[in-house]
Ligand binder design. Structure first.
Ligand code: 13P
Length: 220
């Protein structure tokens, strides 16, 4: 069976105490064969989560939600790829919330990708259209297709449209495409069963450990 990636994006949610509670409750998760799980907490929680996951041998990895477009140096507020790499195996780049709230464009996103590649981080780049692939080279990238109107709305996209778009992304050379937008434990299998889809990026439903466990359980 082909491996499927389940990526859980916490966005700007949870404090340290809330995270410890989540980790305790999520510890009973069983990850089926062929499924790979990554959780993306905010930067402030990477260390706590990394430590807990290692000590308790939990069956998932963690990733950062962003990375600096620069290396180390005088870049106040930025977190370099080298710093991310100390805690994370993965990084998420170009989420639509950053593209729209912080006006991140394709050029900036390409710089972030270059930094992440230089540290051999595993990279997920989020796009909502084919234009947003511009400037990216397929090597080493997972593309998360997240249609804006499906994010956080409870209205997941029509699986037929998702398959069509994922196929187009693959046709231009990207080998791994995952879908994000109102994924839950009820619809996860439908998306994972699409021939051109290699996983899912989950937002809201990742915050409750029960939903997290159910999504993973229903993935096969
Ligand atoms: P929701 O699952 O809350 O729709 O969020 C999707 C998303 O933006 C994941 O990065």
């Amino acid at each position: 069976m082909k491996n499927k990636l389940l990526a859980f994006n916490w966005k700007s949610n949870k404090t340290k105490i809330e995270t410890k509670d989540w980790l305790v409750d999520a510890s009973s998760v069983e990850v089926p064969e062929g499924i790979q799980v990554v959780v993306f907490p905010p930067f402030t929680l990477l260390d706590v989560m990394n430590g807990y996951i290692r000590v308790n041998s939990l069956p998932f990895s963690i990733g950062a939600q962003d990375v600096s477009p620069y290396g180390k140096g005088a870049y106040t507020g930025e977190v370099s790829a080298e710093q991310v790499k100390e805690f994370s195996e993965y990084v998420l780049i170009g989420h639509s919330e950053r593209r729209s709230n912080l006006k991140e464009d394709n050029e900036l996103i390409s710089k972030k990708v270059d930094q992440a590649l230089s540290q051999e981080l595993k990279i997920i780049v989020c796009v909502s259209s084919l234009d947003e692939l511009s400037g990216l080279k397929p090597e080493g990238l997972v593309i998360a297709y997240e249609p804006i109107n499906a994010i956080g709305t409870g209205n997941a996209s029509d699986p037929k449209d998702v398959e069509e778009m994922a196929k187009k992304i693959k046709d231009v050379g990207f080998q791994n495409v995952i879908y994000g937008g109102s994924v839950n434990s009820e619809n996860i299998k439908t998306f994972l069963d699409l021939p051109s889809i290699d996983g899912a990026l989950i937002g809201g439903e990742s915050l409750d450990p029960k939903s997290f466990i159910n999504i993973i359980g229903n993935a096969v």
